[in-house]
Design a protein around this ligand. Structure first.
Ligand code: ZN
Length: 220
């Protein structure tokens, strides 16, 4: 099996060295540096893609030029849009895995595209998109039964799909924004505290973050 992407020999050693350094850094402080790491992964991926393209269509010089452009571009994309970068990396991994297993370029690209959509959109949004399209198809199908003109059916399909998808996306956003009561405040409310003076149960007042005793009439 031919390798899909070409890495120049000089770069290979640097890649190995970088992998050892970043492997250590990742193991020790992964959660602190992962954004920068995504940028580096993007830069590397961009370089390999650019170099491969340049080499295939022109030669070594074009390879290095395109590689550098690709590295800067994808590096910036990955650093800025970490979630997009992660989706791209996972999709690329799926593509390479399938291709190496002999699935053929087209199928590999299709599956990788699907994987990208799932990771990028999130499962919930993907379901929303799928149901919007399915619902619109059912309406189009029903209208076809009623001998409605084709142009109108197409319009109805597009309108229902677009409105449905937007409506569902907004609904998902709204649901995500609903404030979640923090763990700390749940604990405070659940705790039963008693007044050190009279022994009555104290009431927690979130506005003052303090406990009030109604029988003594003062904060404890
Ligand atoms: Zn009291």
């Amino acid at each position: 099996m031919e390798p899909i992407l070409i890495v120049p020999g000089e770069v290979e050693l640097a890649v190995v060295a970088a992998m050892i350094v970043f492997g250590l850094a990742l193991a020790i402080a992964g959660h602190r540096i992962w954004k920068g790491l995504m940028g580096i992964i993007g830069a590397f991926l961009g370089f390999v893609l650019g170099y491969t393209l340049g080499l295939v269509f022109s030669g070594e010089l074009a390879g290095f030029l395109l590689g550098i452009i690709g590295a800067v571009f994808l590096g910036a994309v990955f650093y800025r849009l970490v979630s997009t970068g992660i989706a791209l990396v996972i999709a690329a991994a799926a593509f390479i895995l399938l291709y190496q297993l002999g699935a053929g370029v087209l199928i590999s690209i299709l599956v990788a595209g699907g994987v990208f959509a799932i990771v990028f959109l999130g499962f919930e949004r993907l379901i929303a998109l799928f149901t919007a399209l399915t619902g619109a198809s059912m309406i189009a199908w029903g209208l076809d039964f009623l001998d409605v003109p084709a142009g109108f059916i197409v319009l109805a399909f597009l309108a229902v799909a677009a409105v449905g998808a937007v409506f569902q996306y907004l609904d998902i956003e709204r649901k995500k924004k609903t404030p979640v009561v923090s763990h700390a405040s749940i604990m405070k409310i659940d705790v039963v505290k008693r007044c050190p003076t009279c022994g009555q149960v104290l009431t927690y007042v979130p506005d003052y973050d303090a406990w009030f005793c109604y029988s003594c009439g003062r904060y404890s």
